[in-house]
Write a protein that binds this ligand. Structure first.
Ligand SMILES: C[S@@+](CC[C@H](N)C(=O)[O-])C[C@H]1O[C@@H](n2cnc3c(N)ncnc32)[C@H](O)[C@@H]1O
Length: 436
C-alpha cells in the first residue's frame, strides 16, 4: 500500500461521515502523493486557495522515487507532472479560487532554466489566469558562484485566479513605516492605513547551511511569506491546501490564522516535524499582534498630523486675506465624519481679536476647505469663530513660531497666527526636524 493510501478512510464508512471527513485527508499535514490529488480530494469541499511551491526540477533530492523532479529527469517530463497537478488544482477548487506558486530559476549545464515562466505557462494552460508576479528578495544565497553568474537571491511569487472574482485584500500588508521623512510634513499624502505593498517582497530566509545538525527541509517558506499570501487572498473559515507542503508551512499558518489548512507531502519525516512548524506559526502570529498595535498608532498619528496641518493652513489663508487671527484651536471630534472620503471630524476655533471679522474669516475658511489642498485632507471640519477675550488660553500646546505641524510648546505666542491644540501626535514618531 502506497503512503498516500495509508490515510484513506475505508469507503464502507463513506456515507456516515460529515462532508470534510469524506476526504482522504485530515486537517494539517498528511502523507500523500500530489499526483493523486484528484482522487484524494474527492468528496471534499473545494479549497478557496492553493498555495504551493513545486520542487525546482531536480535541484533537491527529497528521497522519494515518486517525487516530482527526480535526479536527471528530462525537463519535459517534469513539466508534464506539474501540468497534471495544476490541472487537478484547477478542478478541485472553488470558482473564485486563487492559486499561488513560488519558484526560482535553476541552471543546467551553465544555462538558466526559467522555471517560474514555464510553471506559469503550465498553470495558464490548466485554466488559471496570472494576476500578479512578485519578486521575492530572500536576502541570502550561497556565497559562491560560477563563471557568468551572480549570487541568486530572488524567487518569483505568482498569483493566479480562475476568474476576475477573487479575494485580494492588502489591508493587513500595508506598511505603517513611511518610506520617506516627508510624511511628517505632508501627512495628507500618506494613507493612515499605511503605504500599499509593492511587488518586491523582502523576506529573509535563514542563513544557508545553518541547520545546526537537525535534519529539516531544504527550503521551508518563511512564516512572513505564508502569512502574506494567506492574509491577501483568504479569510477565516476558508479551505487552503498545499499539495507539496514540505514541513507544512502553509497548513500550519492557515490553521493558526483561523483558516482550514491541509497539506500533502511524500516525506514521512516532514510530517513528524509538523508540530515544530505549528509552534513557529503560532509564535509568529503572536508577534504580529504588536504589529497591529503599531499600525493603529501610525493611523492615529497621521490623522492628528492632518488635523494640525489643516488648522495651520486655515490660519495662513485667513491671515493672508488681511484678517488678524490670533490662533486656530483644533479639537478631534467624536462626530462621525460626514461626506465622501472623510476620515475624521474636527472642530476648528478661529480666534480673532476683532469679533466683527468672524463671518468674513469663516467665509474665507469655508472656500479654502472646498478646494485643494484642504479638500484632500479627509477632514470633516466645523468652523467656530471665537472672540479672543472668550478663548481658553491655558492647558494647551502651541505650535512654535515656525508653525510646525505638531505643537511642541506650552508657551503662548503673540504676534503670529499659530495652532493651539490638545493633540500631540505620538512623541517618538515625531523628530525634531522643523518644517516651515
Ligand atoms: C519546494 S518543496 C516545498 C516546501 C514547502 N513550501 C515548505 O514550506 O516546507 C517541494 C516539496 O514537494 C514534495 N514533493 C515532491 N513530489 C511530491 C509528490 N508527488 N507528492 C507530494 N509531495 C511531493 C517534496 O517532498 C518537497 O517537500
Amino acid at each position: 500500500m502506497g503512503p498516500e493510501l495509508s490515510v484513506l478512510i475505508s469507503r464502507r464508512w463513506w456515507p456516515k461521515l460529515p462532508v470534510m471527513e469524506r476526504s482522504a485527508l485530515r486537517r494539517g499535514l498528511n502523507i500523500g502523493d500530489a499526483l493523486k490529488l484528484g482522487d484524494l480530494w474527492q468528496g471534499a469541499p473545494p479549497p478557496s486557495s492553493i498555495i504551493t511551491s513545486p520542487p525546482y526540477l531536480d535541484m533537491h533530492d527529497y528521497g522519494n522515487a515518486s517525487q516530482i523532479g527526480t535526479r536527471g529527469q528530462p525537463f519535459d517530463d517534469y513539466l508534464a507532472q506539474v501540468a497534471r497537478l495544476f490541472g487537478d488544482c484547477y478542478r478541485i477548487t472553488a470558482d473564485d479560487a486563487t492559486f499561488w506558486l513560488v519558484a526560482g530559476s535553476v541552471r543546467r549545464n551553465g544555462r538558466v532554466l526559467r522555471i517560474p515562466d514555464r510553471l506559469a505557462t503550465c498553470a495558464e494552460e490548466a485554466g488559471w489566469g496570472l494576476r500578479e508576479a512578485i519578486t521575492w528578495d530572500k536576502q541570502k544565497a550561497l556565497p559562491w558562484t560560477h563563471h557568468g553568474e551572480f549570487r541568486d537571491i530572488t524567487e518569483q511569487i505568482l498569483l493566479f485566479s480562475k476568474t476576475d472574482n477573487f479575494r485580494f485584500d492588502p489591508t493587513g500588508l500595508r506598511s505603517p513605516i513611511p518610506n520617506s521623512i516627508w510624511w511628517r510634513r505632508y501627512p495628507e499624502r500618506y494613507s493612515p492605513d499605511g503605504s500599499m505593498p509593492t511587488n518586491l517582497w523582502s523576506i529573509p530566509i535563514p542563513t544557508q547551511g545553518s541547520w545546526s545538525g537537525v535534519r529539516t527541509h531544504f527550503c521551508p517558506f518563511p512564516e512572513e511569506l505564508t502569512y502574506r499570501m494567506l492574509a491577501l487572498t483568504t479569510v477565516e473559515g476558508d479551505i487552503v491546501l498545499d499539495p507539496l507542503a514540505g514541513v507544512g508551512s502553509v497548513p500550519a499558518m492557515a490553521n493558526a490564522m483561523g483558516r482550514i489548512g491541509y497539506g500533502l507531502d511524500l516525506t514521512a519525516e516532514y510530517v513528524r516535524l509538523y508540530d515544530r512548524t505549528v509552534q513557529s506559526a503560532t509564535r509568529f502570529l503572536s508577534r504580529m499582534g504588536d504589529d497591529r498595535h503599531r499600525r493603529e498608532e501610525f493611523k492615529q498619528t497621521i490623522i492628528e498630523l492632518r488635523l494640525l496641518k489643516f488648522a495651520k493652513l486655515l490660519g495662513k489663508v485667513i491671515s493672508e486675506e488681511g484678517i488678524p487671527i490670533s490662533w486656530v484651536r483644533v479639537t478631534k471630534s467624536n462626530r462621525l465624519p460626514a461626506g465622501d472620503f472623510k476620515i475624521v471630524a474636527g472642530d476648528f476655533e478661529l480666534v480673532l481679536g476683532d469679533d466683527s471679522l468672524g463671518d468674513r474669516a469663516a467665509s474665507v475658511a469655508r472656500s479654502a476647505i472646498a478646494k485643494p489642498p484642504l479638500s484632500k485632507f479627509g477632514i470633516d471640519a466645523r468652523l467656530l469663530p471665537v472672540r479672543l477675550s472668550d478663548a481658553v488660553t491655558t492647558g494647551y500646546w502651541y505650535a512654535s513660531g515656525r508653525f510646525w505641524n505638531a505643537p511642541t510648546s506650552r508657551r503662548q505666542l503673540t504676534g503670529v497666527p499659530h495652532v493651539v491644540s490638545e493633540l500631540r501626535p505620538i512623541p517618538d514618531m515625531i523628530d525634531d526636524t522643523p518644517y516651515a
